[in-house]
Design a protein around this ligand. Structure first.
Ligand code: UDP
Ligand code: MG
Length: 332
């Protein structure tokens, strides 16, 4: 599956044309079929390829399954075992740091992204694009997820300036230099499709099929999903902070206007009228307090992320590598 090349330093480096990076979190029942189908697709393309399975701290038998696949296909499959769960995007980053392909494809391990679509992505890459995204045809997700995606995609499109319809679909292909650029970004809360598009000179998207989950449930509970949305929002821009100031000014202006209005009404109709308006004032107060809390929360989201980045802890720790992968900077 690889072409051996001897570099000037005598080190034999194994060049791959295509790397398939797959984050795995408790996907044991899906792994056999996933590896089989990816292998078939890889072989059918007639190019050198590698499959990198990143185990994101699974607590089921995924690690053993990955090790088994590496043994079965030592030339094509490698495993990166992280010491705990760092989240899908960080797991993909770990795969990015170790992969060697010219074209890097990511997909989910749950078989929702059919591996059979990879050749079409690669074909599209050949036209010279830096990034090829994908749009899920007949998306097999819950209504709630679809609505959340709709909003997210609209916002992401606006801020990255790259016209893409579906930022949530991880069946994507990137050129080597885009992945190299992403690896250099040290922020911990990252959303890969948006990050990639901020470096892409040219990007496009194609329609791909979307299947129901092979086995198991989504690994995103509501909390993780909210976290991901905030990662996406804060990774794109600081505009929400400015928006906050604008909303604050508008509300303050409204408050002053309303105060004046109450004053005038009191002069015209006497104190009884104003006293009966007490509860309106309470209602207004709640609105203001609410807005303040939202504002502070939003500030907190940015601050929290800045705090994480200032601490500059590594994004992940690799416990072990299975197959012939080398840690970055390690030659032999
Ligand atoms: N995943 C991961 N770490 C996590 C959550 C998910 O590596 O903390 C992987 C998961 O195994 C799958 C992919 O990311 O390969 C997408 O997850 P999932 O299918 O649960 O997300 P959904 O399709 O519901 O958006
Ligand atoms: Mg899924």
């Amino acid at each position: 599956m690889s072409e051996e090349k001897q570099g000037a330093d005598g080190v034999v480096s194994r060049q791959r044309n295509i790397s398939i990076v797959i984050p795995v979190y408790n996907e044991e029942p899906n792994l056999d079929e996933l590896v089989d189908r990816c292998m078939k697709v890889g072989l059918s393309m007639g190019r050198s390829f590698e499959i990198i399975l990143v185990n994101d701290g699974s607590s089921d038998g995924s690690e053993q399954k990955i090790a088994g696949a590496c043994e079965q296909y030592p030339d094509a499959v490698s495993g990166v075992i992280l010491n705990r769960n760092y989240g899908q995007h960080n797991a993909i980053m770990a795969g990015f740091e170790l992969c060697r392909g010219e074209i890097i494809v990511t997909l989910d391990a749950d078989l929702q992204n059919p591996p059979e679509e990879i050749p079409r992505l690669v074909e599209c890459m050949e036209k010279g694009y830096d990034v090829v995204g994908s749009v899920r045809k007949n998306r097999q997700d819950s209504f709630f997820r679809k609505i959340a995606s709709l909003v997210t995609n609209k916002v992401a499109r606006h801020y990255t300036g790259v016209m893409m319809t579906d930022y949530g679909c991880m069946l994507r292909a990137y050129r080597r230099h885009i992945v190299d650029a992403m690896i250099q970004c040290t922020e911990r809360s990252t959303f890969i499709p948006v990050l990639a598009n901020s470096f892409a000179g040219s990007a496009t998207e194609i329609e791909v099929n979307h299947a129901g989950r092979g086995h198991g449930d989504s690994k995103y509970n509501l909390w993780k999903l909210v976290n991901l949305q905030f990662d996406l929002l804060t990774s794109m821009s600081t505009l929400p902070l400015r928006l906050l100031t604008i909303i604050g000014v508008l509300i303050a202006a409204f408050g002053v206007g309303f105060g004046l209005f109450l004053g005038i009404m009191r002069i015209i109709h006497g104190p009884e009228w104003a006293a009966q308006g007490v509860f309106t004032l309470f209602a207004m107060l709640f609105v203001f307090v609410g807005v303040q809390f939202i504002g502070m929360g939003l500030l907190g989201e940015y601050l929290g992320r800045i705090y994480h980045d200032v601490r500059a802890r590594p994004r992940f720790f690799i416990r072990r590598l299975v197959g012939d992968l080398k840690k970055p900077g390690q030659n032999s």
